[in-house]
Unconditional design. Structure first.
Lengths: 154, 595
């Protein structure tokens, strides 16, 4: 079971952290970076490996915004809605993505290509408004640039 | 050594996202290709602060300050500047050849700044410990380990008058002293790098540009309070900062500056990184400790304070990144020297993330006591796009707005509190006359509503109620009673919430009500948004005297709400209009107005 779900790398990481106090969040980070999100199966597996009740894991996963409960798209789009980006029109980017791709915040396009997240400050306020796609940062984004940016990802 | 030129490329997150990494690599390739690889050293540094003009490249020894550099400019920088010794004028900030003796500090953006916290950002290679050591790095640690007692260290911090830069401004030496005096063999040192304030990024830049300063400071504190383990709690959203911290910790261990028997002093100390997971409330110290322990980040009642009962129930010092970055300077140069900078109430400097509708966005570090006017207009270059200054918001979701009449207030902890705002972590967001103040208050309440941990009801229910009222006002359904209701809930939250998140969440509402009552009234009584932001309350109209009938707007309108004949004034069908504003952006004759 576990062999299929988690890589050997991940299993040895969990083994290394198993007896350290406060390990749960660190382990969940590693799981998410490998699996892409915290699936029910992954949570079950972490519960078994760390001997932590599933309810505790679910409590932690739902508390922190960083942990995702649904599978992200091939390219995850993050639109910054921190204060500087909001004032400079971050919400317009969100509206435009919905118009162009039918993408709503925290959802996925039908083809599974893009998912959309609204985030609070990615820390480059000088470039506001900012969006990131698959980790690449796009700054000073205007409405008419968005189709061109999306075309780069397929 | 002995290079003819040193090229410093900004490797902060802002510039990296504008391809500074590619600029760095291309410069190295070009130097090789043009046969001058032995004459020039290319170094990737931390943030220069002038993010508006990024990516930034600085060439030494001439001190040439190149801005908005592109990877394809690398060839010319090598062939002209390095080989022929001629500056590439078109890329210089001033676009004119540099005068003799002119320095980067003469650029207006830098003139009023004083860099203590950011002393090494944009100066050293953060991934090379030798660079840090060459700039007096670890001098303070050596002094603390060999020449100072535990009490001497705390006394020096006391003399400096350093107050916590994370928001509340609690005297740093007192935290250390309480923890030192607390009973127990095991004690911990924690660095709060969970910079959650939307619009602030000084902690990230410090860690990216000068990670060793934080490691050094935490080790000094470990000696002072008798701790042997430190934790850095950092946002998972800051991968570059985490990466550089990991490199720095590895190098420090190799040099015997972390680990067992540091520098042969017999003192053992090590540091571990723990990742946050995107919860604003984890900036609150008791919630942060819960999170390090692997739990949901729920604040705990204080007392007991972490100094007595902190991480895993042991006495713990928690300071934020910016506070830590001051410590090596204080120990190396003395607390008295540090205390010479600033005001009677607050010593030293403060780093602000200056953003919003200002010409020069960026990170600025100024002595305490500098006025807001100096920051916004002298350093920031005033309001962008020729619009009018409206307010500055400081302190993020816990702070308030500051208007024209208070722009000359010297900034320190007390000064900002007196005018209804607070220092906070240092976000400074400039607003112009197109920003609606009710909408801004709603923005912050939406944030604190989402970020409330839900433990205590004044914050959980109060925040949601405030948000609902503000929403009601911005869509034109507000009533006169709503203002009183806002105030009542706000005061209840201030008095009844468990932690600072709930206690300060109403500040954006109270402060905007205090300075902009007429704007709330316009929304409620006249059903109008003076800034033209709240969609339900605005109408776009075409001025028939200015419209020449070019049809540009009617062609752009996504819903076909604009009609009219060629060369005759057009009009907008209000019932079809979706208020997207495209027509106004399109019109070249300013014929379209919002009211």
């Amino acid at each position: 079971m576990s062999q299929n779900l988690f890589s050997d790398d991940l299993l040895s990481f969990i083994d290394e952290w198993k007896d350290k106090p406060g390990n749960l969040i660190m382990v969940l980070h590693r799981v998410q970076s490998e699996v892409g999100y915290i699936s029910r199966e992954a949570a079950d597996e972490v519960s078994r490996l760390l001997d932590v009740p599933l309810a505790t894991i679910w409590g932690v996963v739902t508390f922190y915004h960083f942990f995702k409960l649904t599978k992200p798209g091939k390219y995850n789009i993050q639109v910054c809605l921190g204060t500087a980006c909001y004032l400079k029109g971050g919400d317009i980017i969100v509206e435009e993505l919905e118009k162009l791709k039918g993408l709503k915040v925290d959802s996925l396009t039908e083809d599974g290509l893009f998912s959309l997240q609204a985030v609070r400050c990615v820390g480059c306020c000088g470039l506001a408004p900012v969006m990131t796609i698959g980790g690449e940062v796009f700054g000073k984004v205007s409405k008419d640039q968005i189709p061109g940016i999306l075309d780069k990802f397929s | 050594m002995g290079f003819k030129n040193y090229i410093l490329v900004c490797g902060g997150t802002g510039c990296e996202s504008s391809k500074s990494d590619l600029i760095y690599k291309t410069l190295i390739e070009e130097a090789k290709a043009q046969g001058v690889a032995d004459q020039v050293q290319v170094i990737k540094t931390g943030c220069f602060g002038f993010c508006e003009q990024g990516p930034i490249v600085k060439v030494l020894p001439e001190d040439s300050f190149y801005v908005k550099v592109k990877p394809e400019d690398a060839r010319e920088l090598i062939s002209e500047h390095v080989i022929k010794g001629r500056e590439v004028t078109r890329l210089l900030y001033n676009k004119t050849p540099k005068k003799p003796l002119e320095q980067v500090e003469d650029i207006q953006f830098y003139q009023k700044q004083l860099r203590i916290v950011l002393r090494n950002c944009g100066v050293i290679d953060p991934e090379n410990i030798d660079d840090y050591i060459a700039n007096d790095g670890y001098v303070a640690l050596e002094k603390a380990l060999f020449d100072m007692s535990e009490d001497d260290i705390i006394e020096e911090v006391k003399k400096s008058g350093l107050r916590g830069r994370g928001g509340a401004g609690f005297p740093t030496w007192m935290k250390w002293n309480f923890t030192k005096q607390a009973e127990g063999d095991v004690k911990y040192v924690v660095c709060n790098a969970d910079e959650g304030d939307p619009g602030a990024y000084m902690d990230r830049s410090t860690l990216e540009g000068d990670p060793h300063s934080v490691l050094e400071a935490m080790t000094i504190c470990g000696k002072a309070i008798g701790a042997h383990q430190g934790y850095i709690y950092i946002r998972a959203e800051y991968p570059l900062a985490i990466h550089r911290l990991e490199i720095a910790m590895k190098q420090a261990r190799e040099y015997g500056l972390l680990g067992k028997n540091i520098l042969g002093s017999g003192f053992d100390y090590d540091i571990e990184i723990r990742l946050g997971a995107g919860a604003f409330v984890c900036g609150e110290e008791t919630a942060l400790l819960q999170s390090i322990e692997g739990h949901r980040g729920m604040p705990q009642p204080r007392p007991p304070f972490p100094a007595v009962k902190g991480l895993w129930g042991k006495p713990t010092v928690i300071n934020n990144v910016e506070t830590w970055a001051n410590i090596p300077v204080i120990i190396a140069k003395g607390g008295d020297e540090f205390a010479k900078v600033g005001t009677a109430d607050s010593h030293g400097t403060k780093v602000f993330a200056l953003t919003g509708k200002v010409c020069n966005s960026g990170l600025v570090e100024v002595p305490m006591g500098t006025t807001l006017r100096e920051i916004v207009f002298d350093i920031g270059g005033g309001i962008a796009n020729g619009r009018k200054f409206k307010a500055v918001q400081t302190g993020g979701p816990s702070g308030g707005v500051i208007t024209e009449e208070n722009l000359d207030t010297p900034i320190d902890f007390g000064g900002l509190q007196r005018i209804g705002s607070m220092m906070g972590s240092g976000g400074m967001i400039v607003m112009d006359d197109s920003d609606c103040i009710v909408d801004v208050a709603k923005f912050y309440l939406e944030f604190t509503r989402d970020e409330s941990c839900g433990k205590c009801f004044p914050c959980r229910i109060g925040g949601k109620s405030l948000y609902n009222l503000l929403d009601k006002i911005t869509i034109g359904n507000g009533t006169e009673e709503d203002i009183e209701e806002l105030k009542t809930i706000a005061h209840a939250m201030q008095k009844g919430s468990l932690c600072a998140l709930g206690q300060t969440a109403p500040n954006p509402v109270l402060s905007t009500l205090r300075y902009f009552p007429e704007e709330y009234e316009a929304h409620i009584r006249d059903k109008k948004c003076p800034a033209g932001k709240c969609k339900k309350l605005i109408r776009y109209q075409i001025d028939p005297n200015k419209c020449i009938g070019c049809t540009a707007c009617s062609r752009k309108c996504p819903v076909g709400a604009i009609s009219g004949e060629l060369k005759k004034p057009h009009s907008i069908n209000q019932s079809a209009c979706i208020k997207c504003g495209v027509c106004r952006q399109t019109c070249k004759f300013s014929a379209i107005t919002v009211e």
